[in-house]
Write a protein that binds this ligand. Structure first.
Ligand SMILES: Nc1ncnc2c1ncn2[C@@H]1O[C@H](COP(=O)(O)OP(=O)(O)OP(=O)(O)O)[C@@H](O)[C@H]1O
Ligand SMILES: [Mg+2]
Length: 235
């Protein structure tokens, strides 16, 4: 397994947000975390990234226990998170946003992403290289946020609600982006509705009230309308 999350308990102060979440992700897989508002999807990704460190439980990435490590060390181990609010720098140009995300290559590895390669793969960003981040549309900002994450050369890419607030036509572009990245990168993404998840993930976990309540291959969940109706907003 590339990632094993074992019985993590995460709190915000006294609020018990994750009440024993366990999941696994194999190298090369694309996994979706589903669930309604407040189910614990974002907190799960933030816990993996070390932003909301779990109070107990284990997170093992490529054989190493990473729980309790600061986020920059988890990033260096090969995990990148694109947060829900995307957090690009609005006052920096597209190129500058990519430049500040650049990391020295890990020892013994050849970098696979450079700004040139990003611009080559995503001409939409190349065309706007000198524009401020603030001038991009929501979908363009999401693509820039993903490109920034790629600059850190992740082995595991975490995407928190990549479609939130985007028009349906843009959601298609984001889906295609995930499909293309999935060929070379292991991905965990979150979503509130089941359709996008089933179209782009191999497997899904459903969360409710800080717990995993269901796990299934995408193909099996597709035909399981009872589970969909029970736990998800079918939009
Ligand atoms: N910064 C915070 N402070 C206190 N409680 C929080 C904070 N962030 C999240 N929570 C609580 O933790 C629980 C899990 O929230 P989380 O954001 O992980 O859910 P989610 O599944 O990502 O929801 P959404 O679909 O709305 O993004 C919820 O009860 C939420 O109210
Ligand atoms: Mg969330």
């Amino acid at each position: 397994m590339m990632l094993e999350v074992d019985d993590i308990q995460t709190y915000y102060g006294e609020s018990h947000a994750l009440q024993g979440v366990s999941l696994t992700v194999a190298a090369g897989e694309t996994v979706c975390l589903l669930g309604r508002n407040g189910a614990g999807k974002s907190t799960t990704l933030k816990s993996i990234m070390g932003l909301t460190p779990p109070r107990s439980g284990r997170i093992v990435f490529q054989g190493e226990a990473i729980q309790g490590r600061p986020p920059h060390r988890i990033a260096r181990a090969g995990i990148a998170l694109v947060p829900e609010d995307r957090r690009i720098f609005p006052g920096l140009t597209v190129r500058e946003n990519l430049e500040v995300a650049q990391r020295p290559p890990r020892r013994g590895t050849k970098p696979s992403w450079s700004i040139e390669r990003i611009f080559d793969q995503y001409p939409m960003l190349a065309e706007r290289a000198q524009q401020d981040g603030a001038t991009l549309s929501g979908g363009q900002q999401q693509m820039l946020a993903v490109a920034r994450a790629l600059m850190t050369e992740p082995r595991l890419l975490l995407l928190d609600e990549p479609n939130e607030g985007l028009a349906p036509v843009i959601v298609k572009t984001i889906g295609a982006l995930i499909d293309a990245l999935a060929e070379t990168t292991t991905i965990v993404f979150t979503d509130q509705s089941v359709h996008f998840a089933l179209a782009h993930a191999d497997r899904a976990y459903i969360l409710e009230k800080g717990r995993v309540v269901h796990e299934a291959e995408a193909a099996a969940l597709r035909n399981d309308t009872a589970t969909q109706e029970r736990y998800l907003s079918v939009a």
